[in-house]
Design a protein around this ligand. Sequence first.
Ligand code: FES
Length: 266
Amino acid sequence: MTTTDLPASLISTLPGHYYIDAAVFALEQTRIFETMWFCAVRSADLPTPGKFRKVQVGRESVLIVRSRDGQLRAFLNICRHRGAQICTDDSGEVKRAFQCPYHAWTYDLEGKLIAAPNLTKMPDIDRVQYGLVPVHLREWLGYAWVSLAKEPPSFENDVMGAITVGRTVFVNLVPEHVIFHRMFPVAVDRTIVECDWLYTREVVESGKDVSRSVELFHRVNEQDFEACERTQPAMSSRAYANGGVLVPSEHHIGEFHDWLTQRLSD
Ligand code: FES
């Protein structure tokens, strides 16, 4: 049955291959996650200079660090010497600098090359030019957003315009708190989800026990993850070759599918 054969109350989903095809995943990486603004870390998780997180953005490993001037900065996690990954830990703290474990090229928290064996014998090296490759970073709503694009899209339009937020993160608004999901696609069939429960200042300062409301949405998350894990293997089935259908209460998901196919065909 094709889309045109569907009764008016049904909209077709994406066909199954969208969820298993490495070529589609590669397009998603390049045209979405490496192009748009990507919500990477919670700013408060990096409170002091030297604290860092390593996150996967599209195909790139990105280091986000609180530098000495108090700003958050982002860099590609790649040594400029021979390309070793600088950090393999997902998070941590360095004192003053990142040192590559391979031959000890060392970069300060602003990314500048500050030491390397025999660096003084290479006076023609521009230490900023051979520093860590910077990545665009903006802070908003207590989160650091990064963009790998050479010229990132307008942050104001693409992120602050709430519509796009719904495409790269999930936000659930409930009384007294917000539940904020960030998603890190790491393989065609695997995504890591990080979820934060953000309470109003009044709730935090009152010392109120929030464990029940956390527990409640934690259960919702677990049910959703289970549903995804149950559905993912079916994407390669011939039963789903043309996709499934969205019932009226799900029609809004069709808008996301339209947006996605448009992005991938641009
Ligand atoms: S690859 Fe990093 S110092 Fe050589």
